[in-house]
Ligand binder design. Structure first.
Ligand code: HAS
Ligand code: CU
Length: 552
């Protein structure tokens, strides 16, 4: 067979295995987490009771951890390995070994943490806030997951550095650059959660100390929690910026704009955790205000992204003879799952992002905080925009890595799957938003409020959520069917790994983007600025008994 450029540039089969190992685990997490999600919506409808006295918070914890922490981290690391291997070159043996060590550390950690949750010894939700306490094995397991993901990320950084050694004075390939930004963001962010787990929660659950400074641990969690959501989002942006243009037969609007957006996301994602703590006492309102301003800064690169995407679509439309304001819309390849599935995610990010801006606006957050509105918000952003994009990626990446083809029938099923997801989410997330405005709490078992006078008002929305949850569960079954087909049964062949080119072939991104010392330096300065004084306050003014080294 004559080798075409697409076969030549296939991801090396050894790297493909590493990537696929991550995907198997990610989709397993999806199956388990999805089942728990279905149960939750049924229980909240007030019509179903959990059998055998299973605790509502236990299934809520499994759902949150599997979907929010395990599916995402495994998928992202698997995708980034493939993206870096494809665009910066095959991994060295050392990098590949590093990737495998990362994978196994994450897998062992997941096993430890999920065993404890399934034994009802860690029903502490995915945010594991103190004073809820879990078994120490749960915290140790999470530490393994985090450290494993760092090791995974190091394999990507090693490969990127190798590319630079071979190509001095040039900006790295865009997709690899983006993966490395995301890994950097992740490493800086997870330092917060690692510190609360190692220095506070683990010693406390082992009984070495009898109290923790709760505000300090929540603040360290949210130092991590906001960039966590960008760690999920950035791989979706990688697809939107670099892969979608190729699939639709267009061009990347601007390589430089994409890099700038990623750097801004790195800088402004971290010093904003207080926007999750706006109603929390013990934090000076002036610092909350500063972090709200910084939150509005981090919205800017997303607006830049929306601009660049519209520009790509618009120019692609014009090139194909489309006219009028919406002409570009009609010439998009609606029958191609690789496009349609992530596009539905992208479109959902418009209301999802708007909801985020509402949350970040202090006064409005007073209305929605701790209501199920917030759950609605992240089911649009994380569980629709991000996850549909991940599904869309896997529909070509899995066959690419396993040497198979996305067949016509699977392509069709994938499009159906995405529309089912969308409809399920309109019901579920939509009704969560409305119910939240009526004051319905999030994270609460029906039994705690089911008999209250207000609950009667909420019940129709909760039934709508159960309908949505059931539709979404059908969506999950379809994803699993497609994934298993593409991994094991689809016909052998060459599926393309689409990577777009920039519209202006002469465009070379400024080398300043590769000045990692500068970016990490600014990132640290911003973190120190946003957090130093609040941390001093939180430690100095801690309630009696939770002060001092011994107790925090
Ligand atoms: Fe959020 C709570 C603020 C984005 C996830 N968020 C959460 C929680 C999660 C989460 C999981 O300020 C709950 C945490 C918990 O358990 O308590 N969020 C924001 C802001 C943004 C934002 C300002 N969030 C996300 C993303 C997430 C995510 C992304 C996951 C992936 N969020 C908050 C706040 C809270 C919060 C508060 C705390 C609330 C509380 O009280 O507890 C922004 O980054 C959003 C910017 C986005 C945009 C949209 C750009 C649009 C694009 C698409 C273009 C589309 C095209 C297609 C081109 C400005 C890029 C065209 C198609 C057509 C059909 C026309
Ligand atoms: Cu946030």
């Amino acid at each position: 067979m004559k080798k075409t450029s697409s076969t030549l540039s296939k991801v090396d089969s050894r790297d493909a295995k590493l990537s696929m190992a991550h995907f198997y685990f990610a989709f397993f997490a999806l199956a388990l987490g999805g089942l728990m999600g279905l149960l939750q919506t049924l229980v909240r409808s007030g019509k179903v009771n959990l059998p055998g006295g299973i605790n509502y918070y236990e299934i809520l914890t499994v759902h949150g951890i599997m979907m929010g922490l395990i599916l995402t981290t495994f998928f992202i690391m698997g995708f980034q390995h493939a993206a870096v291997s494809k665009t910066a070159g095959t991994y060295s043996n050392a990098a590949r070994r590093t990737g495998w060590i990362g994978f196994w550390a994450m897998t062992i950690g997941t096993g430890m943490a999920s065993t404890m949750v399934l034994l009802n010894k860690a029903s502490v939700l995915y945010t594991f806030y103190a004073p809820l306490q879990a078994h120490w094995i749960f915290y140790l397991g999470l530490t393994f997951v985090v450290v494993g993901s760092w090791i995974d990320g190091i394999a990507q950084i090693m490969t990127y550095a190798k590319w630079h050694k071979k190509n001095p004075g040039k900006p790295g390939p865009l997709l690899s650059f983006m993966a490395v930004v995301n890994t950097t963001l992740w490493i800086v962010a997870t330092l917060g959660v690692a510190s609360t787990v190692l220095f506070q929660l683990l010693p406390w659950s082992l009984g070495w100390v009898d109290r923790v400074n709760v505000l300090l641990s929540r603040t360290l969690f949210w130092y991590f929690g906001h960039p966590l959501v960008y760690f999920w989002l950035l791989p979706a942006y990688m697809c939107w910026y670099t892969i979608i243009p190729k699939i639709i037969g267009g061009k990347i609007f601007s390589d430089t704009l994409a890099r700038l957006a990623f750097i801004l996301l790195l800088l402004f994602s971290i010093p904003v955790g207080f926007h999750h703590q706006l109603t929390e006492p013990g934090i000076d309102p002036a610092w909350k205000f500063i972090q709200v301003i910084l939150t509005f800064m981090v919205v800017i690169p997303s607006l830049m992204t929306a601009f660049a995407l519209f520009a790509t679509f618009e120019r692609n439309g014009r090139m194909k003879g489309a006219t009028g304001v919406m002409g570009w819309f009609r010439v998009l390849p609606w029958n191609d799952a690789r496009f349609t599935v992530p596009f539905i995610g992208m479109a959902s990010f418009i209301p999802g992002g708007a909801g985020g801006i509402i949350n970040a606006s202090n006064q409005m957050d007073q209305v929605v905080h701790n209501t199920i509105w917030v759950t609605g918000h992240f089911h649009l952003t994380a569980a629709t925009s991000v996850v549909l994009t991940f599904f869309g990626i896997s529909y070509w990446l899995v066959p690419h890595l396993t040497g198979r083809k996305l067949t016509k029938s699977m392509n069709k099923l994938a499009i159906i799957q995405a529309w089912i997801w969308f409809v399920g989410m309109v019901f579920m997330s939509g009704s969560m938003h409305f119910e939240g405005l009526l004051g319905a709490p999030r994270r609460s078992a029906f039994s705690t409020y089911g008999g209250s006078a207000q609950a009667a008002e909420w019940i129709p929305y909760q039934i709508a959520q159960a309908v949505g949850g059931s539709i979404l569960f059908i969506g999950i079954i379809l994803v699993l069917i497609i994934f298993i087909n593409l991994a094991f049964f689809a016909p052998k062949g060459d599926e393309e790994f689409p990577v777009g080119e920039t519209e202006n072939p002469e465009e070379v991104a400024p080398l300043i983007f590769e000045n990692w010392k500068l970016w990490i330096g600014i990132c640290i300065v911003l973190i120190l600025f946003a957090y130093t004084i609040p941390f001093i306050d939180i430690i100095k003014n801690a309630p009696p008994g939770s002060k001092g080294f011994k107790t925090w």
